[in-house]
Design a protein around this ligand. Structure first.
Ligand code: NAD
Length: 361
């Protein structure tokens, strides 16, 4: 089964909308809360970028708008929280996010990591007491226009059991590494952006609605059995990618975010929706510090050539770089419209009515 290249569905009738109008609508909905307009715009751009790059079922796109609006209204996210620099050295910073919007914190933290990298060659910013930050690649990619490699990671709710266990203790804990392949927006960056579970509950829900089975390496049932039935696995836990190796990476991610920052880890993140207690880490490497940037790009092009020259296994059409699929989806959806989940489309319509925002479609 090939899921990653496939955003067409069996049963769900998709609703195509232009990206620019969706971005404006999302900004307007978020601006109708107490969020500062520039923060609302960052979150809107992050959500629409995820919608452009990811699959609908992966759940980091505009289906999150209602939850984000509701969370600000319920004071579960503090729109006025300071970006609090607890401790700083030339290359390092520790931030207390004080329950601010995670997407905005992540962008600010990566910008700070880049500033530090421009001085020290590398900048590392660790964040505690934050909230959901969306797609890891959005913050990692902030480093690209500055000629830096960006790394972004977060902990998350305990949806994965330790290898051999049944009970969820660690999270999907995604990582993104964004590497520029040239200067300017036309050079496709290499972007590895991955949860450390094989897949996620959003994708399971999507397959369930679409009447499909799932691969047996996605999740186990609540009593620890393997299954290909997404309904049966919904109360169970997600399986790590790469078996015990994915579990190990997820555990280390909790160490590098929650434990290192003095924030929350393990079973605590997302256990209280009023304080999600998420922790993140951001790293920027300044390519210029290591040598001439043109040389880095030339070596990278040579390396990509080696990768692409590999002979293909039967059944494969081409070798892809990390982020290449998402780059193509982004181009395709930017030109031809974003295929929205009809449930999300209707939810946005009623949210617009509730917020007094004109409906653009
Ligand atoms: N904030 C959170 O709590 C949270 C939690 C989980 C996931 N996420 C986000 O959800 C999104 C989806 O994550 P995912 O793990 O489901 O992504 P995925 O499995 O679709 O892709 C993972 C990576 O594999 C690459 N890839 C996919 N197919 C490939 C192929 N055939 N050849 C080469 N490379 C290929 C992709 O380019 C990507 O870099 C990400 O943006 C992630 O950051 C966020």
């Amino acid at each position: 089964m090939e899921y990653s290249a496939d955003y067409k569905t069996v049963q769900i009738p998709l609703q195509y909308v232009p990206a620019a109008q969706l971005r404006n609508l999302t900004s307007a909905l978020l601006r109708s809360t107490d969020l500062a307009p520039e923060d609302a715009d960052i979150i809107a751009d992050a959500l629409v970028t995820s919608e452009l790059r990811n699959l609908q079922g992966q759940g980091q796109g505009v289906r999150r708008v209602r939850a984000y609006v509701d969370r600000v209204r319920a004071c579960h996210v503090d729109p006025h929280a300071p970006f609090d620099l607890v401790k700083e050295s030339p290359a390092l910073a520790l931030i207390d996010a004080h329950n601010a919007a995670g997407t905005v914190v992540a962008v600010k933290a990566m910008r700070l990591a880049v500033q530090k990298a421009k001085v020290c060659g590398v900048g590392i910013v660790v964040v505690r007491h934050s909230t959901h930050f969306g797609s890891a690649s959005y913050s990692a990619s902030q480093a690209l226009p500055e000629g830096c490699i960006g790394v972004s990671m977060t902990n998350a709710g305990p949806e994965m059991a330790p290898w051999g266990g049944i009970d969820g203790v660690v999270g999907t804990n995604p990582w993104a590494v964004a590497v520029p392949t040239g200067d300017g927006p036309d050079a496709m960056p290499i972007i590895l952006d991955m949860a450390l579970t094989t897949s996620g509950k959003g994708m399971m829900r999507w397959l369930l609605r679409d009447g499909r089975k799932m691969p047996t390496n996605w999740a186990i049932t609540a009593d620890g059995r393997t299954t290909d039935d997404p309904a049966e696995a919904m109360d169970g836990t997600l399986l790590p990618m790469g078996e015990y190796k994915g579990y190990g990476l997820s555990l280390i991610t909790d160490v590098l975010t929650g434990v290192l920052s003095g924030g929350a880890f393990g079973t605590v993140p997302y256990s209280n929706q009023a304080r999600q207690e998420v922790a993140h880490q951001f790293i920027a490497y300044d390519i210029d510090w290591f040598g001439p940037r043109a040389e880095f790009y030339a070596h990278l092009a040579e390396f990509i050539g080696m990768v692409k020259a590999s002979r293909l296994r039967p059944g494969f059409k081409e070798i892809l770089l990390p982020g290449e699929l998402e780059w193509r989806r982004q181009q395709e959806k930017s030109a031809g419209g974003i295929p929205l989940d009809p449930e999300v489309f209707e939810d946005l319509r009623s949210l617009a009515q509730e917020c007094g925002v004109p409906w653009p479609f």
